[in-house]
Design a protein around this ligand. Structure first.
Ligand SMILES: [Zn+2]
Ligand SMILES: [Zn+2]
Length: 154
């Protein structure tokens, strides 16, 4: 679905290290860094450390992996990711038209919630629990999930 990202040769990947323009967003970056800070921070840890390790060899691969990741992230269609602010489906008809498939009805596993949820399967195979009335992703309304950050605690 996303357009292809142009892959860098080892030489041009190293060349771009010397540039002061971020290859992803066109913003300014420090020389010697692969991306601007904002783009770098959206990379998952494994891609960040691959960039460091790659400096001794295989840097172009790590760099291209990171470029591809950023590119796909930017081109992700709205509505596909239930965690993003882009969720805009309000009826089963809209979901089905977008390629979603209704799965089973269930109950939320959190004791603090136990609400009825409807599982839907996204076109990319991901399973998303929705509130049956509003078709909002349940993780947005679930009182059993602590928000906004779940990182580091259970
Ligand atoms: Zn950038
Ligand atoms: Zn819940």
């Amino acid at each position: 679905m996303a357009a292809a990202v142009s892959m860098r040769s080892p030489a041009s990947a190293k060349d771009e290290l010397r540039s002061e323009a971020c290859p992803e967003c066109g913003g300014t970056k420090e020389r010697g860094r692969s991306f601007c800070r904002a783009c770098y921070l959206t990379l998952p840890l494994r891609l960040r450390s691959a960039l460091y390790e790659g400096l001794t060899g295989g840097y172009a691969k790590a760099y291209n992996d990171a470029l591809l990741y950023l590119h796909q992230r930017r081109n992700k269609p709205r509505g596909l990711d239930a965690r993003s602010a882009g969720w805009f489906y309000t009826s089963a008809g809209e979901l089905e038209a977008a390629g979603y498939r209704r799965l089973a009805r269930a109950r939320c596993k959190f004791d603090a919630c136990r609400a009825v949820i409807h599982w839907w399967e996204a076109p990319d195979g991901r399973k998303i629990p929705l509130d049956p009335d509003t078709l909002t992703p349940h993780r947005r309304t679930c009182p059993g999930i602590s928000r906004p950050r779940r990182r580091g605690k259970r």
